[in-house]
Design a protein around this ligand. Structure first.
Ligand SMILES: [Zn+2]
Length: 324
């Protein structure tokens, strides 16, 4: 990771705002309230604050209206640096480190980190199906961290109660995550209450193009047959028989995703409550899906995250309810 701290967008509030404007309004400013293009940039002091006037609804606005930065007192220069740091740290960046690097309070850094994760999340309804004709999507699952008390399971996936030593141990009391990784493409992960075949089937149905090939290991989760026509072909490798690759059939991409995720969660984040897990998964999905191997460099990745700031205003109350 190398960041050019001399870049004026990290030091000059006006430059930072202009950078944000170029990302949000590549075709020119428009009113975030009514969508009108009949807008006038104000002069004088108002220009420094990036104020525009909308001729249609006659209201003033700036580039931050309707974004995660709206009504934030944190300078845009610090926001931009925060985005760059989170986007370019492979394993993520803790609120403690952000707090030191951005010179803001820990509480502010924690809040910023959650807002940056929110920006990294795909906008709802914008999810394209993964894979396609001739493409491979790998599916795999992992168990990570303890589930919250209220989610501890007392029965297994077949409804059989856990007894004795099985109680409170093993996958039953760990958070289950299912990953779909398009080979040579993006990742999409899901924190599920129970990793079951039915759940996998549901995730496959809603996320994978039917013409894709699906590769998994032969775990119980994928051993039953999917509804015919759900994917072009479902192929498995038998890890139990020491078979990890058979021709082009493998699930190494998904395993690689989990390895980055776990290193980040153990090394950087350490404590993450179960209800926030989906936010961290969105962060790791975002970086994986915009990785260097796909031609995305650190700056492109930060800019891509910045484009996700609209329509995702997150209030202080929503994130401050629970501590990390
Ligand atoms: Zn307007």
């Amino acid at each position: 990771m190398s960041i050019n701290l001399k870049n004026p967008i990290y030091n000059n509030e006006i430059k930072a705002r202009e950078h944000l404007e170029s990302l949000r309004w590549p075709d020119g400013a428009y009113c975030p309230r009514c969508g009108g293009f009949e807008v006038v940039k104000l002069g004088g002091k108002a220009a420094d604050l990036g104020q525009y006037n909308c001729r249609d609804c006659r209201k003033k606005f700036t580039v931050t209206v309707g974004t995660v930065f709206e009504r934030s007192h944190i300078p845009l220069t610090k926001w931009l640096l925060g985005f760059q740091l989170m986007a370019s740290s492979k394993k993520g960046m803790s609120a403690h480190q952000l707090h030191r690097m951005l010179d803001v309070t820990y509480k502010t850094a924690w809040f910023m980190a959650h807002r940056i994760r929110e920006a990294m999340k795909p906008a709802s309804g914008s999810k394209e199906p993964m894979g396609g004709k001739g493409k491979v999507v790998e599916a795999d699952e992992t168990y990570f961290g303890k589930v919250s008390k209220e989610n501890i399971k007392t029965v297994d996936e077949k409804g059989k109660p856990f007894k004795g030593s099985r109680m409170g141990r093993g996958p039953a009391n760990k958070r289950a995550v299912i990953a779909l990784v398009e080979r040579g493409g993006k990742a999409r992960t899901f924190h599920v209450a129970h990793a079951t075949f039915a759940k996998v089937e549901e995730i496959v149905a809603f996320n994978i193009d039917r013409e894709s090939r699906l590769h998994t290991d032969e775990s119980r989760l994928y051993s039953a047959s999917l509804v015919p026509g759900m994917v072009a072909k479902h192929e498995t490798v038998r890890h139990s028989a020491d078979e990890y690759v058979r021709g082009d059939v493998y699930s190494n991409s998904a395993e690689n995703y989990f390895s980055i995720f776990k290193r980040g969660m153990r090394g950087v984040y350490q404590h993450c409550s179960e209800k926030h897990l989906h936010r961290y998964l969105a962060e790791f999905d975002f970086r994986y899906s915009n990785r260097v191997a796909l031609g995305v460099d650190d700056t492109d990745r930060a800019n891509e995250a910045l484009k996700g700031i609209t329509g995702k205003r997150l209030t202080y109350r929503r994130t401050s309810e629970a501590r990390l």
